[in-house]
Design a protein around this ligand. Structure first.
Ligand code: BG6
Length: 290
């Protein structure tokens, strides 16, 4: 096994990879290929993880980077299907671990369709999630259609960032972009020229954008830069007060400490793959001091 990675059961008996390199450390749960923590050596946690999160087989973690696949949000033709799809609920297999020349470590996890997934979504697929832990956190979700027919899917790297106080941050990169406002029944709006300020429940699906987003956090004195490729949708989410209270796996007072900037393909940016075809969506995240 490669230096800098260790697999262990956490106190809830879920298996995770603990990655420790000279530059950064991270933990990745096999359930959901879920990156639960990342921080630079000597730095503060980049990702938010709720103190109320479930850590249970078959339940999503609240925080870190859940993977949504093959649909985002509610399944369009079945409201009783699991929210955000199947991938975050299932155990993934370890495919490989490698050390890069710059000392960063790459873990590749794999999920294949099964009779269980076909019962809910009738297609065959292979997902690979490549997580590289170094001076940046790079996550690449690769989807291959292994069916004998085409399929259409949605996907997200539903990244929860830790912030000092969400009311003080500003988010740049989405000026002029059209979005669907999920807090107003998917009303279509256009983002104005100013960086986004969070002043209430925020749940927005920005469409047709490949832009880099930057979270400026004056409380933690840092900027978080989210670059992406293979993704045409960006989702910005903070539940604010009432929704935080309504979620059993999220602390009532935790909402000021997080914001999600999600690397996504959803809604009119859903993707179709022919048999044998493959798609990659990548998020590259790094932090800069003020
Ligand atoms: C966001 C969605 O991405 O995820 C929100 O836009 C949703 O509508 C949120 O509430 C959290 O979803 P879940 O299933 O993890 O509670």
């Amino acid at each position: 096994m490669v230096d800098g990675i260790r697999f262990e059961e956490d106190e809830h008996r879920l298996v995770r990879a603990c990655i420790n390199t000279p530059r950064a450390k991270a933990s990745v749960y096999l359930q959901g290929a879920h990156v639960a923590a990342y921080q630079l050596a000597g730095g503060a946690p980049l990702l938010f993880m709720s103190g109320k999160s479930h850590f249970e087989a078959g339940k999503p973690l609240r925080g870190g980077v859940p993977i949504c696949f093959p649909w985002f949000g509610q399944k369009s033709d079945d409201a009783s299907a699991p929210m955000h799809g199947l991938a975050r609920l299932l155990p993934w297999a370890v495919e490989s671990v490698t050390t890069e020349t710059d000392g960063s470590v790459t873990l590749v996890l794999r999920l294949e369709s099964t009779a269980e997934t076909r019962a809910i979504w009738p297609f065959d697929f292979t997902l690979r999630h490549r997580v590289t832990v170094g001076t940046s956190l790079t996550m690449t979700l690769e989807t291959t259609n292994t069916s004998d027919q085409p399929f259409t899917f949605e996907e997200a790297l539903h990244t929860y960032f830790a912030v000092g106080d969400v009311r003080q941050v500003s988010i740049a990169g989405l000026a002029g972009v059209e979005y669907l406002d999920k807090t107003e029944n998917l009303r279509r709006k256009v983002q104005d020229a100013q960086p986004i300020r969070i002043t209430g429940e925020t749940d927005r699906v920005y469409l047709n954008t490949r832009s880099t987003c930057v979270i400026d956090d004056p409380t933690l004195n840092r900027r978080i830069v989210v670059e992406k490729s293979g993704s045409d949708t960006t989702v910005v989410w903070n539940p604010w007060i009432a929704k935080a209270k309504a979620m059993p796996d999220f602390g009532d007072e935790e909402w000021p400490g997080m914001v999600c900037i999600e690397t996504v393909n959803a809604r009119e940016n859903a993707l179709s793959l022919a048999p044998g075809q493959r798609h990659e969506m990548q998020a590259r995240i790094h932090v800069e001091a003020h």
